[in-house]
Design a protein around this ligand. Structure first.
Ligand code: SAM
Ligand code: SF4
Length: 468
């Protein structure tokens, strides 16, 4: 398999482990690191390690407080919403943690037909979704051309006033040509999770000789994507496989590497936690406690202030609600991950049809209502990527003033669309009140009249997709 020219394995296990050893750093060191990230400067791996090594309750409180502040100052109160759409679960790999692994005889194998895919998308549009992530097992039949075809099909589905405006991908790494093919189909972010950055653990959980067993090819996967012009990439770790502190350093090392080599860091970081899956009990595999998980999120928020943090419905509703404040910028909602799960919706999850069990199966409307009542501004905005404000350009724009000028107005537009087309009466009333409060907060902004004018056009004239 071909890696990118000059590809290097930039993860040095011994060095990362050494950063986590020894006595805790002194107070001033930790405070200096916190002060640096409050200036919205990305942290080095060494600085991140200082945050991870402290156990001082006062300093930990400062870290959590700084994470909350950064979330407010970089992202405001917006939370972007999306849904996963599993296309097929055939898989040639044997990852020990996954219900789709080839040696699991219980897994019900399916790949959506084009009609089934369209039906799934129609149901997601009917719920109000505008952003999807397509998820695939790893199999020769899910090659770049196949994935590109699924993306084109999804963009083509229009049900009522519904449309999908951004399709992200979570699939196996490809070669540069493959990434060019899917980029041409108009994908948003390409996500690949390294699962664990620790080489020994990686070997233990991924079968030798399997495609996924090649650590370096996977690590280089997003470099190839960037070289092919896919400038929005997402990294991630499956927490629970190895020491969580080491994994946070791995993620930061990856972000530092991409920034150094391509001038642009990852667009998003995901931090799935191991869940029970068909034939897999996480208890037998490792785990990470809620308190440590809180630290993962807060530390990442400080280390990469401009990178989106994604918290998925693997986590239970109660915990998701609490963790949002620590710096999360995107969540999925109304998710089903059985193949075809949006059509054959059952109150109960069917474990043998899904990759793992979800912790939060509330509807999109229920999640919207809770977000609004908690003072968050739910957003389905897709403007940046559609107007070419992606990758390095997106980083340039992510400066003070940008949120007020683009993000908040676009969040308001897409919320207004949701309220007009899909919301339950209770969510609509709460949402309308939130929009009024947000307009007040914007104050006499230069384009306040234009924002109000467009909101009225959405409400009264049925116009859609009015982006700033
Ligand atoms: N098959 C592709 C791959 O492995 O890169 C696509 C990704 S897989 C369908 C989506 C992600 O789900 C994996 O990268 C992994 O992090 C996560 N995952 C797998 N098993 C899980 C489990 N038992 N609990 C939580 N997340 C899991
Ligand atoms: Fe296949 Fe991905 Fe599951 Fe591994 S994590 S068994 S590659 S679907």
């Amino acid at each position: 398999m071909k890696t990118s020219p000059g590809a290097v394995d930039f993860i040095d296990d011994a060095y990362l482990s050494s950063l986590l050893e020894g006595p805790a750093p002194d107070r001033e060191t930790v405070q200096d690191v916190i002060a640096k990230s409050l200036e919205k400067e990305p942290l080095t791996v060494e600085e991140t390690a200082a945050l991870l090594r402290t156990e001082d309750p006062g300093l930990l409180e400062m870290i959590f407080g700084a994470a909350r502040t950064l979330k407010e100052t970089v992202y405001g109160n917006r939370i972007v919403l999306f849904a996963p759409l599993y296309v097929g679960n055939d898989c040639v790999n044997d990852c020990v943690y996954c219900g789709f692994r080839r040696s699991n005889p219980l897994a019900v194998r399916r790949t959506l037909t084009p009609d089934e895919l369209r039906d799934q998308v129609e149901r997601l549009e009917d719920a109000g979704h505008k952003r999807l992530i397509l998820v695939f097992g790893e199999h020769p039949k899910y090659d770049a051309e196949f994935i590109a075809e699924q993306v084109r099909t999804v963009y083509g589905v229009r049900k009522g006033r519904g449309e999908i405006r951004r399709v992200n991908i979570n699939a196996a790494p490809m070669d540069v040509e493959g990434y060019r093919t899917i980029k041409a189909a108009g994908i948003g972010t390409y996500q690949i999770f390294q699962e664990t950055y620790h080489h020994g653990t990686y070997r233990r959980v991924h079968a030798r000789g399997s495609r996924k067993g090649d650590y370096a090819y996977r690590l280089d996967g997003l470099s190839r994507a960037l070289e092919a012009g896919c400038d929005d990439v997402g990294i991630g770790v499956l927490f629970g496989l190895h020491d969580w502190r080491f994994e946070v350093l791995g993620l930061v090392a990856h972000a530092v590497y991409l920034r150094g080599r391509y001038g642009v860091g990852p667009h998003t970081i995901s931090f799935p936690r191991l869940r029970p899956a068909s034939g897999v009990e996480p208890a037998g595999m490792g785990s990470i406690a809620d308190d440590d998980f809180r630290r993962v999120i807060a530390t990442l928020r400080l280390a990469v202030p401009y990178t989106g943090l994604i918290l998925t419905a693997r986590e239970p509703a109660r915990l998701r609600r609490e963790l949002l404040a620590l710096g999360v910028s995107q969540i999925d909602a109304g998710s089903r991950i059985e193949i075809g799960g949006y059509t054959y919706r059952d109150a109960r999850q069917v474990r043998d049809r899904e990759q793992f069990e979800l912790g939060d199966t509330r509807s999109l409307d229920a999640v919207m209502r809770e977000l609004i009542e908690d003072g968050y501004l739910p957003s389905f905005c897709t403007a940046c990527y559609r107007l070419g404000r992606t990758g390095e350009h997106f980083m340039e724009f992510a400066v003070p003033g940008f949120i007020k000028r683009y993000c908040t107005p676009n969040a308001l537009m897409t919320l207004q669309e949701y309220l007009a087309d899909y919301a339950s009466p209770g969510t609509r009333a709460a949402g309308e009140a939130l929009i009024r409060a947000e307009l007040e907060r914007l104050g006499p902004a230069a384009d306040r009249d234009e924002i109000e004018n467009r909101l009225a056009r959405i409400r009264a004239a049925g116009e859609r997709d009015l982006i700033f």
